[in-house]
Design a protein around this ligand. Sequence first.
Ligand code: ZN
Length: 408
Amino acid sequence: MSGFWRVLHKFCAATVITALCMVWSDNAFAGRITGLRIGQGIGSVRIVFDADSKFDYKVFTLSSPNRLVIDTQGVDVAPSVSSNRDDNIFVKNVRVGSAGVNGVRIVFDLQKPVLIKKAFMLAPQSNFNWRFAIDLEAASERDFMAKIGNSHAVTSNDYNSADVSRNDDPVVASKPAARSGKRKIIVIDAGHGGVDPGAIGYSGTYEKNITLSMAKELKEMLDKKGKYTVYLTRSRDVFIPLRERVKISRSHDADLFISVHADSARNRKAVGLSVYTLSETASDKEAAALAEKENKADIVAGLNFAEHSKEVSDILLNLAQRETNNSSAEFATLLSRQMSKVAKTVSNTHRFAGFAVLKAPDVPSVLLELGYLSNPTEERQLRQKSYRRKLGEAAVKAIDQYFQNPKH
Ligand SMILES: [Zn+2]
């Protein structure tokens, strides 16, 4: 369970809102999905659900394994739907479970990469009652990967997206206890990219290239462990706004978010790795200055994220944030300790500041500054795969330790 839902649940259990929560979860479904039909075209497929009322929906895809997810609100699903065995070359193995307090999640495994062309309700006509149709078309793996997650969902106007934003299967969702056995989801964020080079090193190395190499290598090392599902916010040289990076980690329902950076300073002698977590008040002047510098990434590309900041002022989000910050700090301590064994670290390795990229209210997040590109020695080291490998191994150890705690 993500921090947010855990906190929301605690919040509900501990107050008079318990009664209100129960009213929500007892909410009877207004209608029912009664049937499922799948029509295969050339390079496309239409999935049709028959229903006795219209309903709100959200349709999106997920990777590893590739899935099509349909979240609905206000309807339940007839058992016959999940026993559908319509053979086709696009989707298979339909599963049905709960989604939020008033919804149902339907998941198909995908046989090939697809794009969601359209999703729409059709009003009753001649022999048909309400129908909900989803058109999929075959896509390249690359196009598929570019559109995965909640943020690319096709949604009906009235779908209450605050209700649910998970990435798991109903099979798991309907049995929360099974969650602990589930693979932990880690999102690694390679800082900067595209028009934004980040810091520029002593001999001209771009921070964006070091962070991308480190992120990819760390993902590979974690993948080899076979017990984590790891996503990158970018796997090539593209610009991604800071808010979008936060959204990506939330849409994957990440258990841990690590943003990778490398610093620079006017003083060429400045050296050492540091680990940052979010705080409204910075731990020191340098931390504040660094956060200000990293937060400028969006301005480089002509964007402004300030308008979104009220989103996190909501009281429940603040509650979730507090719990998330404890987890972030715990991981930052473990990471600092492991890193100090293999790399030069700054004093008080774990620092705090207001980094925009760390502001997912329900995902424990840290920002890792690998070292100073402005220092000739550290720049040379960070360009070496063997040095990054040592850093990666230390990070993997810290991640293993963090998830050994059943709380996470
Ligand atoms: Zn940076």
